[in-house]
Design a protein around this ligand. Structure first.
Ligand code: BEZ
Length: 256
């Protein structure tokens, strides 16, 4: 027996994937652990164009990417603060399924994202039995860097909210992605909120409420009357009644 015959095969390399966008609430296939936690050194922003899922090539939507914090600090962003920790979840992918999952993610998230690695910090209180070791875990993360064509850079928040409100794709309305992210971040920890996401969510809710109001039957008819320069619906009702009486009068005169 040679020395090499007695060597115990090494554990297959662990593969961890960090999700900070839709991966938080839409897990990849073939994972056996899902751990909430955070990474540092980045800022999460809705600065990545998406031409599928939540938009179309003709009318692309917006999704999140991570921006290197030191690069972001040089930009003029209307949302001028960002939490030190970018919260999300890390998934441990079964070793024999790693290639399959990478392929799945490349298909799912094409469009400008590239692969990076970053230390992931499990949230305080995560059972140590589910962790590979104490301390941060090296995790793969997909990032749309400023060099990629789909990167938009800083956006006016109200225009961005309008854009998200109006965008739709084969996976549904862009606003569901935004609100899905807001809800799933809230569920991770008491400190996992992200002002950029919350502010956009509030703005889109306000736009949706306004649209709903404008599309309600009562509001539509009010708008139609005022567009026609006919005053309010109730005054028009009275005008109509008055016109009705004149018609009736003319009718009476003709027949008499
Ligand atoms: C995410 O959900 O974290 C994500 C996945 C793929 C590309 C970019 C972000």
């Amino acid at each position: 027996m040679s020395v090499n015959d007695s060597v115990v095969p090494a554990e297959p390399a662990e593969f961890w994937l960090f999700g900070y966008g839709s991966l938080i609430w839409k897990p990849p296939p073939h994972f056996d652990r899902r751990i909430p936690g955070w990474v540092t050194g980045y800022v999460r922003r809705f600065w990545q164009v998406i031409m599928h899922h939540r938009g179309t090539p003709e009318a692309p939507g917006r999704v999140v990417t991570l921006i290197d914090r030191s690069y972001w600090a040089q930009l003029t962003d209307h949302h001028d603060s960002a939490p030190d920790k970018v919260w999300g979840v890390a998934y441990r992918i079964l070793a024999d399924r790693v290639d399959e999952v990478k392929e799945y993610l490349d298909i799912r998230e094409i469009n400008g994202y590239s692969i990076h690695y970053t230390p992931f910090h499990p949230a305080a209180g995560v059972d140590s039995l589910v962790l590979p070791r104490a301390g941060p875990i090296q995790a793969l993360v997909y990032i749309g860097t400023p060099e990629n064509e789909q990167f938009t850079g800083p956006q006016d928040p109200q225009k961005l909210a309008q854009h998200i409100y109006h965008s739709h794709g084969p996976s549904g309305p862009n606003r569901e992605y935004l609100w899905g992210l807001e809800n799933s971040l809230d569920a991770l920890s008491t400190e996992s909120g992200d002002e950029h996401v919350t502010d956009l969510s509030n703005r889109v809710r306000a736009i949706a409420a306004q649209q709903e109001k404008e599309n309600s039957p009562a509001d539509k008819s009010r708008a139609a009357y005022s567009l026609a320069g006919l005053g309010t619906e109730s005054s028009q009702y009275h005008n109509f009644r008055r016109a009705g009486s004149v018609d009736e009068q003319e009718e009476t005169e003709k027949t008499s």
